[in-house]
Design a protein around this ligand. Structure first.
Ligand code: CKP
Ligand code: MG
Length: 312
């Protein structure tokens, strides 16, 4: 296995009409979750991935498992919980470019994830563990599961990749800060955005954000700068990779997860850091051109075409 990840995937409903959701009459149903967005992105590029999670034993749980499995991600470590439902969320397009998220995920099956859901043998021989700051926000037991997954990763020589993905709707700012800094101390690769750097360290300067994570112990930090590109630092080696031009941002959600998929794909293929970062930027760009959080993600051939056509 190249990459395994632990986290929640939900049903996502998006009104077909723009404007306040109170006026919406019809919705498109999709599935979405940061960790599976990344795993699906990787699977489409030909990498072996596995997902550790819980869904409800309900129709939404079946739909999610069918979709994730259908993309080629191993779901042997995702259980259906008969006692709690699959989480859902709504993506309200208030107007073009303004997206609001409304979660209905409290007490979802995935929020009940605990250390009992992790099987150490699943970690053996895997290259990367991908985690985000969403899972520890779900519940105390899910937070414990994240720290245990890090422990198992270290014990089995996996590289820990962490996207802070701050979700202020899920926990208090002080709780979030404390937990995310604690996780960052154990991460080898950190993939923050500028707003996450600002939240955690009070600066939106990419170099200062990267230095702050490096000081906590990371060996590679890539700061995502949206359509501008990304800044990377490995202490002595630093650089900036410009982003890809996108004719129109149709749906910005999922860009960060897609970036992670591209970067990890590059690293697995032994690309140089700047080339892996470039692959991350391309995947982020491809994700935002299509509705849905991962639907726009390409296979290797389409990614290559996109990257060679765009002069950056
Ligand atoms: O930071 P991103 O826009 O890349 O993340 C989007 C995902 O997991 C989305 O799919 C949603 O399900 C979530 O983040 C979340 O829980 O907010
Ligand atoms: Mg993000």
């Amino acid at each position: 296995m190249d990459v395994i990840a632990l986290g929640e995937t939900m049903m996502q409903f998006t009104p077909e009409s723009e404007g306040l959701m109170r006026h919406a009459a019809t919705y498109t149903a999709k599935i979405a979750g940061a960790e599976t967005n990344t795993l699906i992105g990787l699977a489409r590029l030909g990498h072996n991935t596995g997902w550790i999670s819980k869904v409800g034993n309900d129709e939404f749980g079946h739909k999610i498992l069918m979709a994730v499995r259908g993309e080629g991600v191993d779901t042997s470590q995702t259980r259906m919980d008969p006692s709690f439902p699959t989480g859902t969320f709504f993506k309200e397009i208030v107007r073009e470019g303004e997206v609001r998220i409304q979660y209905y995920r409290e007490n979802s099956a995935a929020s009940k994830l605990s250390t009992d859901d992790l099987d150490e043998s699943y970690f053996a021989g895997v290259k990367y563990l991908f985690i985000t700051g969403i899972t520890p926000a779900l519940s105390k037991s899910a937070k414990e599961a994240i720290f245990y997954s890090i422990e198992l990763a270290k014990k089995n020589d996996l590289i820990v990749v962490f996207d802070p993905n701050i979700r202020k709707k899920l926990w208090s700012e002080s709780e979030a800060k404390k937990a995310l800094i604690e996780i960052a101390k154990h991460a080898d690769i950190v993939l923050p955005g500028k707003s996450e750097g600002d939240f955690l360290f009070g600066t939106d300067d990419p170099k200062q954000i990267a230095d702050s994570f490096l000081r906590l112990g990371a060996s590679l930090v890539v700061v995502k700068l949206g359509d501008k590109g990304a800044y990377y630092s490995q202490r002595k080696t630093t650089g900036f990779v410009p982003g890809f031009k996108v004719p129109k941002i149709v749906d910005p959600v999922g860009a960060g997860d897609s970036f992670a998929a591209g970067l990890l794909s590059g690293l697995i293929d032994n690309e140089s850091i700047p080339d892996a970062v470039k692959r991350g930027c391309a995947m982020g760009a491809m994700a935002v051109m299509v509705k849905g959080d991962y639907e726009g993600l390409p296979d290797k051939k389409r990614l290559k075409q996109f990257m060679s056509q765009d002069p950056q």
